[in-house]
Design a protein around this ligand. Sequence first.
Ligand code: ATP
Ligand code: MG
Length: 810
Amino acid sequence: FDPSENDLLDGLNPQQKEAVTYRGPALLIVAGAGSGKTRVLTHRIAGLIASREAWPSQILAITFTNKAAAEMRERIQHIVGGAADGMWISTFHSACVRILRREADKFGFTTSFTIYDSADSKALIKRIVKSLEADVLGFTVSSVQSRISKLKNELTDVDGFARQANMSDPRDAMFLDIYRQYTQSLRRANAFDFDDLISQTVWMLRAFPDIAAQYQRRFRHVLVDEYQDTNHAQYSLIRELTRPVEPQHVPPDTRMELDERGGIPGASLTVVGDSDQSIYAFRGADIRNISEFERDFSNAKVVLLEQNYRSTQNILSAANAVIRNNFDRVDKKLWSDGGEGAKIVGFTGFSAHDEAQFVADEIHKLRDAGQSYNDMAVFYRTNAQTRALEEIFIRSAVPYRLVGGTKFYERAEIKDLIAYLTALVNPADEMSTRRILNSPKRSIGPATETAIWDFANKYGITFRDAMRRAGELGLGPKVTGAIAQLAKLLDDATAGLDIDSPTGRKTVSQTLKTIVKGTGYLEKLLQTGNPQDEARAENVEELISVAAEFDKNNAGGSVIDFLTDVALVAAADDLIDESGAVVLMTLHTAKGLEYDSVFITGVEEELLPHRIAADEPGGPAEERRLFYVGITRARKRLHLSLAMMRSQFGETAASLPSRYLQEIPEELIEWRVSPGAAGGRGGYEQRSVASARKPLGSEGYGTAGGYGRSSSDAGSAGFSSAVRFRDSDAGRETAPKAKPKQKWINEVTGQMRDNSGMELVAGDRISHVDFGEGTVRAILGSEAKRIAEVDFDSAGRKKLLVKLAPIEKL
Ligand code: ATP
Ligand code: MG
């Protein structure tokens, strides 16, 4: 196969061509969304292989998700054919697992180590926090988990923390204890948590220069996509892998070109990124990795890309207008020649259901106009928002697929079966063994678990060995039998994994079936008659099909390989199935993807920016980047929607339009409003009335000029700049550029209304500009979200947002 140079460069613009063909030690491609960064990276790799400058095995490409990796591999295969095999294209985590599966036995683990996902490490932390009674000092499982994660992402291990901790502070001392026990437990269980995968690899490369040299010699080209989201540990990994090979580690018979010292020059490094899309600061991502790239990697060549090939100009203008409000950034001039395109559609519903109905209706319309479902995507900030969307989608017959969310692999029954498999291949992983001890129920209670544990400690044997000696535990015959039976089941299944066993090694699905059958797991679920158990049984069957699929695609693949795959599926990887369905996913997951039509839902204060980010330094700026990422996923159509009332955190409260909406020039958005508020019009009416059954919706929303007293008002005036609120963030952010709109100015006084200080209690009489006089019945919510339920003398019962309603106390 020998593609002509032209194939690879066809259709690329001059800057893209330069980025594809540049040769040198370090290349940085910085550019806004949709400018072809990923495409350039792909063509660059294909070019290296096609021109025979590099063997596929000399290439390491890092993508953000396994799905992106698969896509890139496919695209490269398309360009250079089978030559692409042997390339490492993977996520940071997958690449590190691959390295650790070869090297972990060099430092006290075995290569069949277990990977703890977030739930596993939570369970472990919970146990430690409990045993140390750390909650007394205010430690919670999640606070400990995120602190440990942060430390590992900064490559601070237990000793490192001990050095920086203030040991006279009891909290630091306690945390050190927790961190130490956590680390020791993982090691004992022969397990790595997610952050370990990277930090331990870095540590290993630093501790074993000869091993590091093998990888440095191997990878001659390292390429990283989405570089803006790398954290310190990931950065260090790249750093280690691209170091020059010291002369003493150069094999005498090498055919590689040597530098003047007799060493081998470091790999050439290409990174692509967009600091405006950095959305993982909370996981330790550091934008400085981009800005300091040129300092860290001398002679780095920088290429800027400015043409966007993804979106229409309207969408791009909105994105530019939003991101411009982040200070401390280099302004990019992103342009598109894709034409103006359709206006952005804005929609305000009464409730989340109303909003979801709008989305469903638009999806049907787009579909009728010829778009297929899998060209559409719905984004949200929090997983909780999916409930309303799913309910309405089911009712409206919109085929959809949820990406991430309550992940399949996080369900209890799936975790149980995964724990069985883990216990087979890693008997040291006591947590897995303990998990399955009484799942399905076999009357082995906590007291028995403790007895096994004590016995193991007393004789210095593993938990699993103690189970094998059930007869010596001094327990009743029934329990003893149950333990012995489980131990035998595990041992038999383990024997089946032996490649030399008389019947040959069992496949993953066979092994899984043996377990399901031997334990009666499925049977027991089917017997209860509980519909939830039926769903669980379906999941068990689904897992067996997943395993069968794995066996089919990975001839000779082991249980360890299967478990590795399972541990590393990231949210976006659920996308691999390209069936005809609309995808639903979080904004975080949407990074790097593109769709013809995009719906961003819940564009409200408290959600976007999320309430926990709103008051953090840099929080609103990071949330704005998230919004920017969402907007720039759209090729042709973008919909921004919100709901006036939303149930969140267990309470229903009025919501305010997101501050970011004001930043989009109004001529780019065409606002629609749910007509249930006041008559309404157009084809939307019927369904909206139906969906506005919720009492709050049908009662209307009594703020003058609020979310549209009549559809015509709201339709023309829109909500985008409707609300102005005091920017808690003042000083950190530039002030909103758009002016508050007329509609939100009190019709009587001409002032921006703010009743925050009005003290209202049930029984008060008030007067409303439109509804006349009435009696307050109840006050719900608090502060900016205080809602008054008022019985008006002639207008009936209404709910008003106190802060903004045109009311006066009588
Ligand atoms: P993001 O920042 O969102 O990750 P990106 O910079 O990686 O975006 P790509 O995904 O590589 O952008 O490209 C965006 C879209 O534009 C893709 O559909 C890609 O195929 C297309 N594209 C890129 N360059 C060109 C080009 N020169 N001609 C035509 N289409 C292009
Ligand atoms: Mg990209």
